[in-house]
Design a protein around this ligand. Sequence first.
Ligand code: 3SL
Length: 239
Amino acid sequence: MDTRKNVEVCYTPGEYEYFKGEYDLIVVIDVLRATSAICAAFENGIRSIIPVATIEEAQDYKDRGFLVGAERKGQIVEGFDFGNSPYSYMNEDFIGKDVVLSTTNGTKALSIASDAETVVVGSLLNLDALCEWLENQDKNILCLCSGWQDKFNLEDTICAGAICDYLINTGKYTSNEDSSIAAKYLYLSAWVNPLGYLKSSSHRRRLKNLDLNEDIKYCLTPNQTRVVPILRDGKLVKI
Ligand code: 3SL
């Protein structure tokens, strides 16, 4: 009998309904930049992050005195305290703080996955630590890519493929869906030089046009932290 658990990939939040309910553990991925920024925030001492899907929810928290970040289309939303750059958290003011964050795709993906038993945050920044933690969970895992406005993107898929590849190689997991097999092949061809491979990808171009090259380089540099953020009672905290 095959006792291996599954690790699969959903390319966009819009496709999540076809996977929903089959997985105990969801890894939400938004390499450029939400889940990378979240990992960077924990690495830099933040206490918790409340992810919210809409600007209205973010505004509600702001009105109640919270420190709130909001990003839409790569830019800080007017009236909010910060946006979605990992560098905005590299600041002593955030140490020990609880903040609220709303982003175009990443916090939307976190919000739609939030009814799953376990939801964690994945990025290239915490790839090894995340994979090592996942290996011992013995659960069916879904990597939920945030994409861009419900469209496929390369960077999240490559990260999801890296997770599948690692877990399959442990012998404890298998992938059955073609989306997962394709993600693994994309990862294998990209991994020699992720920055070069993603040079012409749509969101890299979008962020480059906004002069966010340093953010791109940071987010595409694997294993800069060992933190694995997990969603508990609507708040992301460090495991
Ligand atoms: O979509 C998101 O959640 C963001 O990561 C997009 S951006 O990188 O801030 O443009």
